[in-house]
Design a protein around this ligand. Structure first.
Ligand code: NOJ
Length: 543
């Protein structure tokens, strides 16, 4: 197969959370024209592509993951003409564009759901969703005991007494994928965007879609509620979902066969084991699926080694490559996550996040970077309650403050909010408040400081693009002391990470090619630091 046909296998994709990237209209919310204006910045960083979070018409109950119309742009973010300009500009710069498609559920404002509400029980319009009669006297109890991922029951009652299923919020009714109309509609949606030139799709909740046909009670509803994870075996990971991915793959392959440009499907697949994950990336299904276990691993060499080894072992046999990710719009940022419980201001979280980035960029496969990661942005942990917009906060009775802190609009320049994020219309503020300390992370400062996160990412990406050893393939673990992980790529590239805080002898003599922190003494790897070396295999006993 030609290499241009397999670009995605070791691509580095930058996740653009559109509402927080760059605001071109001055309303305090990022937009597609802002993304277009930011493309040269991303080109300079060296990414291969961007994934755009949902920008479709939506009442924004879950920031666009509640889609009211899959084939348009919400006026908040622009219009189809602006979208076309963005795709063209990205193409000129050689940047691929992936859209975020949401097939498990839509918005309660979607025309088909409104039609369902206006139609009687048993109607064809209701059969596109999961409507059911309740249990107990007068059907006043939900049809089963399932919990919604964001808190509360997974069912909401409508005025005529029936209930409908929503695995997230009530504003996100789940599609009924056992109804052939659903699949046909999504095939139309895929083609609509492929015809507009996109390079592929990130698929939301790709282990969802189908539910057990009888919608029986979950054996352990408390566990479902406690973990907020895809553990209910009747609501997730049903075997029929694989047929959908085969159909979507066939559509993408049809476009690729026309012009030799392979279109990518990358799934958000949350399933219990790496082995089940691997089923989603069989050769005729999704090209890739995010491997979240790395993101979930604590800062511990054994934990990292275990998840990396499992991923390599289980995914290698499928013909896909592992899709590594450390940050995204649903998770606490690495600088903060790895910093805990270190004393505030110790810099440990930042040092570890830098080391983790070099480790990720040295692993075989694709890597996803979440906007702001390249600036070393910490989580904003002290947003006041009244600005929080994450539906999880509202639906857990204000207990779970999870996702707003990583979604604060990016700082671009200057000393004070809005830090160049919005064009500064009098009185208009970014949709989430930016703390004063964002000034230290603004892109203008980052670009000017060669010790910044930005330069580390840029240098790492440049080397990755120029060194064939860092392409897809395998890794070989090297023997190391307990706090250290080291692996070889190809014949002569070594990546080592010191997870401890004390310096250790480096596994390779000589100065590193790139290091995540200062390495003043050759032959010594300081604590909380990662480095890459090109080495002479004959002089390195491990290789
Ligand atoms: C996963 C997305 O990443 C998240 O942001 C969203 O809330 C849920 N899916 C529901 O669509």
């Amino acid at each position: 197969m030609q290499s241009r046909y397999r670009w995605w296998r070791d691509a580095v994709i930058y996740q653009v959370y559109v509402r927080s990237f760059l605001d071109s209209t001055g309303d305090g919310v990022g937009d597609l024209a802002g993304v277009r204006a930011g493309l040269p910045y991303l080109k300079k960083l060296g990414v291969d592509g961007i994934w755009l979070s949902p920008f479709y018409p939506s009442p924004q109950h879950d920031h666009g993951y509640d889609v009211a119309d899959y084939c348009d742009v919400d006026p908040l973010f622009g219009d189809l003409a602006e979208f076309d300009l963005l795709v063209r500009a990205a193409r000129r710069l050689g940047i691929k564009v992936l859209l975020d498609i949401v097939p498990n559920h839509c918005s309660s404002e979607h025309r088909w759901f409104r039609e369902a509400l206006a139609s009687p029980p048993g109607s064809a319009a209701r059969a596109r969703f999961h409507f059911a009669d309740g249990r107990g006297p007068d059907g006043a109890e939900p049809p089963n005991n399932w919990h919604a991922m964001f808190g509360g029951p997974a069912w909401t009652r409508v005025p005529d007494g029936q209930w409908y299923l929503h695995m997230f919020t009530p504003e996100q009714p789940d599609w009924n994928w056992r109804n052939p109309e659903t699949g046909a509609e999504f095939a139309r949606v895929l083609r609509f965007w492929l015809d507009r030139g996109v390079d592929g799709f990130r698929i939301d909740v790709a282990a969802g879609l189908f539910k057990h046909p009888d919608l029986p009670d979950s054996p352990d509803p408390e566990a479902d509620a406690r973990t907020r994870d895809s553990v209910n075996p009747l609501a997730w990971n049903q075997p029929e979902v694989h047929d959908v991915w085969r159909q979507w793959r066939a559509i993408c392959d049809e476009y690729a066969a026309r012009d030799g440009r392979e279109r990518l499907l990358v799934g958000e697949v949350s399933v219990p084991t790496a082995r089940e994950h691997a089923l989603y990336v069989r050769p005729d299904e999704l090209h890739q699926a995010f491997f979240f276990d790395l993101l979930g691993a604590p800062w511990d060499p054994d934990a990292f080694r275990k998840v990396i080894s499992e991923a390599m072992q289980d995914i290698a046999g499928t013909g896909s490559t592992v899709t590594w990710v450390l940050n995204n719009h649903d998770q606490v940022r690495t600088v903060t996550r790895y910093g805990e419980p270190a004393p505030e201001g110790s810099g440990l979280g930042a040092a570890r996040a830098r080391a983790a980035a070099l480790l990720m960029l040295a692993l075989p496969g694709a890597a996803y970077i979440y906007q702001g990661e390249e600036l070393g942005l910490p989580e904003v942990v002290d947003l006041p309650d009244d600005v929080l917009t994450d539906p999880i906060f509202r639906r857990t009775g204000s207990r779970a403050r999870i996702r707003d802190g990583c979604r604060v609009p990016l700082p671009w320049s200057g000393q004070a909010s809005p830090f160049g994020f919005t064009s500064g219309v009098e009185g208009v503020k970014p949709w989430l408040p930016q703390p004063e300390w964002f000034a230290e992370h603004a892109t203008d400062r980052a670009l000017a400081d060669t010790r910044s996160f930005w330069h580390l990412y840029r240098d790492g990406l440049q080397l990755r693009a120029s060194l064939p050893q860092l392409g897809e393939g395998t890794l070989r673990w090297l023997d190391t002391p307990p706090d250290v992980l080291a692996f070889a790529r190809g014949d002569d590239l070594v990546c080592a990470v010191n997870f401890g805080t004390a310096p250790v002898p480096a596994p390779v003599p000589g100065a590193p090619l790139l290091a995540s922190g200062p390495c003043p003494d050759a032959g010594v790897l300081p604590g909380s630091t990662a480095a890459w070396w090109i080495t002479d295999p004959s002089s390195t006993p491990h290789l």
